[in-house]
Design a protein around this ligand. Structure first.
Ligand SMILES: Cc1cc2nc3c(=O)[nH]c(=O)nc-3n(C[C@H](O)[C@H](O)[C@H](O)COP(=O)(O)O)c2cc1C
Length: 261
């Protein structure tokens, strides 16, 4: 079955972006990109048709898809559109994120044909999945893309699509109320504006980069990872505790991507 391949992804620290691009590159030479990371890119609704295949990519936040993206997905619709679902997580667990993604997209007129969970360097610390997706992960993501293409080639009609199982539970893992772990700005800041320009929620004031709206910040760590002088960091006690707990409990054994097709 010939389809227009589309990438639809939210990726504040770019690990999800790398995975969906690697998978997409093995399905088609001409993919359309919908990078919905920045607020401006989420201003419009997007409708996909029967002629599209959409590779959806989201990071896992607290074992779920990020709440703001769940909200934005209300503006996405399909019409018997094939979907490939990917979640990228930071070496703790992806819990119910893939199942949640599957339910959302099925309810929006999409037909999921494959799903995968990949590893990406944890937003909070490079001591969990540091440098991932690495070359091995990218090869697996490309192999995933090839497997999707093979599946697609065998589909002549949507009635040919065989169901597949994925991991996850419903009711989903409860989202805990955030503890406002917002970044601090040191006097290393050179006012380059990289942080405000890349903030997925518009939480950083464009006139005063150290001014961060704690009701908008989702602790995605885009600003922390991108700051060229290392001026942004999270000093909140809750963040330090969470990072230490993650490193102690989830860094020992290398986890591998999981593919469901
Ligand atoms: C607020 C928040 C919550 C997170 N929760 C989880 C989690 O439950 N499990 C996990 O393994 N990683 C978790 N992570 C790590 C991200 O899923 C991981 O770093 C991912 O690669 C980030 O994707 P991105 O680079 O596309 O932004 C969390 C990160 C953030 C910012």
């Amino acid at each position: 079955m010939k389809k227009q391949v589309n990438l639809l992804y939210f990726s504040p620290t770019c690990t999800t972006e790398k995975v969906v691009k690697a998978a997409g590159s093995k399905i088609s030479d001409s993919v359309k990109e919908y990078n919905i990371t920045l607020p401006k890119s989420r201003e419009n609704s997007i409708s996909f048709s029967k002629d599209d295949l959409v590779i959806v990519g989201v990071p896992v936040y607290s074992g779920r898809i990020p709440a703001l993206i769940e909200d934005y997905f209300k503006n996405i619709s399909g019409n018997d559109t094939l979907a490939v679902l990917t979640a990228v997580y930071g070496h703790r667990e992806y819990d119910d994120a893939l199942l949640e993604l599957k339910h959302i997209f099925e309810n929006k007129g999409f037909i999921p044909i494959a799903a995968a969970a990949f590893l990406g360097e944890h937003s909070f610390t490079d001591k969990l999945a540091g440098g991932r997706p690495d070359n091995d992960d990218i090869k697996i993501a490309e192999g995933f893309g090839k497997a999707v293409k093979d599946k697609l080639d065998k589909i002549n009609d949507i009635s040919d699509i065989s169901p597949f199982n994925i991991k996850g539970n419903f009711p989903y893992r409860e989202r805990k109320p955030g503890s406002h772990m917002i970044p601090s700005t040191s006097n290393e800041c050179v006012s380059c504006g990289v942080c405000a320009n890349s903030c997925p929620t518009g939480a950083i004031d464009f006139d005063e980069y150290s001014n961060i709206n704690e009701n908008k910040c989702v602790t995605c760590c885009s600003c922390v990872k991108r700051c060229p002088t290392g001026a942004k960091s999270i000093q909140a006690e809750a963040y330090k505790k969470a990072s230490a707990w993650l490193i102690e409990n989830f860094s020992a054994v290398r986890k591998e991507p999981e593919i469901f097709i």
